[in-house]
Design a protein around this ligand. Structure first.
Ligand code: CA
Length: 279
């Protein structure tokens, strides 16, 4: 087994009166790249009032740019969005999330302009806020959000990539896109423009749903069906481990990052996890 250089955490929290979140996140450099330019984070407020008003935030970012700039861009995105989202007093989740991501974009753009070594740095960003029975998803770039429900998987974010545009136009199939030479070309990202268009959508959530946020180092090497199968089989902690392991088995050509959030009814048995396997 390829040795994981990774961080991992697990927490639970009351999402609303009825729902509880189980969360795990994992990032791995993969087998080919010298550095890990992905970043991830989540925030589950301990204060029930903040949780009720702002919800829990999950975010994954995939940085790009030479001389360690990629990891700087993705770190700024994750840190800025996590902080700014909760600093915003408004209770419109979509608006707060959009403002936080716009702020991150401006900050990365400014840092890139200040330092020639970081010129052109950028990052994808996919973020989800779970509040009450609703998930709010914001996306820029080709990192992804999936919803796994009733044994089915659905990509809820839309890729901002050249190949995805070709697929949407009917000029490439999904399979062709997966192996296309231009599959890494993204059409939107944070940091390279003073302003950037960001998708924000919402999706009702139910108990037993699982939300997966990941970078293309996972979704490019592990099929949607494999993601569905892995997430259906076990709780978040085992799922993130197996998702990363499978991407490495399939080549590990890129950095691999996944957050899995499972939504459970309060009072339901937590998923069967081998906690000791992860320490
Ligand atoms: Ca990547």
């Amino acid at each position: 087994m390829h040795k994981l250089r990774a961080t991992e955490v697990r927490e639970r929290s009351a999402l609303s009166k009825q729902l509880r979140l189980d969360v795990a996140q994992l990032t791995d450099v993969g087998r080919k790249r010298p550095h890990n330019e992905d970043n991830m984070a989540y925030v589950i407020p301990k204060d029930p009032q903040i949780m009720a008003r702002k919800g829990a935030l999950f975010i994954v970012a995939d940085g790009m740019g030479g001389h360690a700039a990629g990891e700087v861009a993705s770190e700024i995105a994750v840190d800025t969005v996590s902080k700014m989202y909760y600093q915003d007093d408004g209770d419109d989740v979509a608006v707060s999330l959009l403002h936080a991501i716009k702020h991150a974009n401006a900050l990365i753009h400014q840092r890139a302009a200040e330092n020639m070594m970081r010129s052109g740095m950028g990052t994808t960003c996919v973020a989800a806020v779970l509040r009450g029975n609703m998930a709010y998803i914001a996306n820029v770039g080709d990192s992804r959000a999936y919803l796994v429900r009733d044994g089915q998987v659905k990509q809820v974010s839309q890729d901002h990539s050249w190949v995805a545009e070709q697929v949407r136009a009917g000029l490439l199939t999904e399979d062709q896109a997966r192996t296309h030479a231009q599959r890494n070309v993204i059409t939107r990202c944070l940091g390279t423009q003073a302003d950037e268009q960001i998708d924000v959508l919402h999706e009702p959530i139910e108990e037993n749903d699982a939300l997966v946020l990941c970078t293309d180092g996972l979704s490019g090497l592990v099929t949607d069906d494999e993601i569905r199968r892995i997430v259906n089989q076990s709780g978040p902690q085992e799922s993130v481990y197996h998702l990363v392991e499978r991407a490495n088995e399939n080549g590990g050509t890129d950095n691999i990052t996944a957050i899995v959030v499972s939504v459970q009814e309060v009072g339901a048995e937590p998923p069967n996890v081998r906690r000791t396997a992860y320490v």
